[in-house]
Design a binder for this molecule. Structure first.
Ligand code: SF4
Ligand code: SF4
Length: 266
């Protein structure tokens, strides 16, 4: 029986999530025994013709050409997995979505007329059907293995949805917010990073995107009083996962609050 085929694609992104696949090392060898890596330009020149069983897609959709490509890929693959926060929420590229493209391109480029970009840089799910989303900047390689194993075993992947705080408590890490007065987005953020920031003495900035159960208003109420400078908490929501709807709404709420205060102080 032939092995399921896997294709790995890159769109607007930094390649970090693809490197997470290469970093799998031992697991990659095992996976290579279970699947046929048919298309992965970052790793090998040889490609096999589609259609493919599984597509792992990194990056956001930013240009008309990328839009055509992802639509074509969607037609060719059975299961499409969005790989990393660029693919699930638009990534840092989505920060441009809050400004008119023409205004930005005139400031950045000497010849903006050569630029072919969509008005917004968006997650894959805004353009095509996505079967599974793996959050993170970059993705957690063990979650990636779990998704591929689950697909091979024809079951749903077992991915955590709780917030970073729960893992902080499990690991006995001293809370940045409570003990050090540092604003931390951990209560609002999906776990999966291994509590990287709090365990290294800094607050979380939400790279794994919104935790499905998080109440953003409660997080704002807890974190605003310990801001070290005005706008710090809004800046955390407006980081790599800025275009995820729950973080976007939270940032808009904070912007409205600060505009209201500025109006009252006039
Ligand atoms: S999610 Fe992060 S690591 Fe992955 S491609 Fe985007 S910027 Fe790079
Ligand atoms: S350090 Fe951040 S993630 Fe950890 S418990 Fe405190 S608020 Fe939650």
């Amino acid at each position: 029986m032939s092995k399921p085929t896997v294709a790995v694609y890159k769109f607007s992104s930094c390649d970090g999530c693809q490197l997470s696949i290469l970093n799998l090392e031992d697991e990659l060898l095992e996976l290579a025994g279970a699947v046929e890596i048919a298309y992965f330009l970052e790793a090998r020149r040889r490609t096999l013709p589609g259609p493919y069983d599984i597509a792992l897609v990194e990056g956001s959709i930013t240009t008309p050409h990328e839009l055509e490509r992802i639509q074509e890929i969607r037609k060719q693959v059975k299961t499409l997995v969005a790989l990393g926060t660029c693919a699930t929420a638009g990534g840092i590229q989505a920060l441009r979505n809050y400004t008119r493209l023409d205004d930005l391109s005139m400031v950045v480029y000497e010849h903006p007329e050569y630029l072919h970009a969509l008005p917004k840089s968006v997650p894959l799910s805004e353009q095509v059907k996505v079967d599974f989303e793996l959050w993170g900047c970059p993705v957690n390689k063990y979650q990636l293995v779990e998704v591929i194993q689950a697909l091979l075993q024809k079951r749903r992947p077992n991915l955590p949805t709780q917030s970073v705080c729960l893992d902080c408590k499990r690991r006995g890490i001293v809370c940045m917010a409570v003990a050090h007065g540092v604003a931390c987005l951990g209560p609002a953020t999906r776990t999966g990073c291994g509590v990287l920031c709090p365990s290294n003495g800094r607050g979380c900035y939400g790279c794994f995107g919104p935790a499905p159960s998080a109440d953003m208003k409660t997080v704002i109420t807890a974190m605003l009083p310990i801001e070290r400078y005005p706008g710090e908490v809004r800046g955390l929501f407006s980081n790599i996962s800025n275009y995820a709807p729950a973080f976007r709404t939270a940032a808009e709420m904070l912007a409205a609050q600060s505009n209201q205060i500025a109006g009252e102080n006039k």
